[in-house]
Unconditional design. Sequence first.
Length: 149
Amino acid sequence: MSEKPLDAVLDDLAKFYILLVLNEGTIHGYGIIRKYHARTGRTLSAGTLYPFLQHLEKQSIVTCEDKPVGKRPRREYCLTSKGRRSVSRLLERFASITAAAIESNLQVCASCGCKVYEGAHIEEVDGNQVAFCCHHCAAAYRKQHQNSK
């Protein structure tokens, strides 16, 4: 994959994250930049943020209001009701994409049926590798398996 398509994906993820921050409540632009950096360790440029916020405002997803702070007003951004509905739908779609990505890496406990992403307890049962969520479920499974013989 060349750098350009990857850059576009990363830009889209930055925009997705901006929407997540806005979903938390009213915030000014520098606050979004700080939260983005604190949570991702990456820098969000003003050249990415402010044009995107203007686009969201034109789409009636975000409103902005100047609040007096010191000598200069601070522009604060807030999702509209349409914006909250849009972000909610976006989060649902993201959750299903994430679940699909994780699903292939899950193991199911042979005893209780819970799904384990990583760190499953593996034991050999009748020559087969069997996954469990913990050693307690493995012991319960062995006990039940021995009683059924």
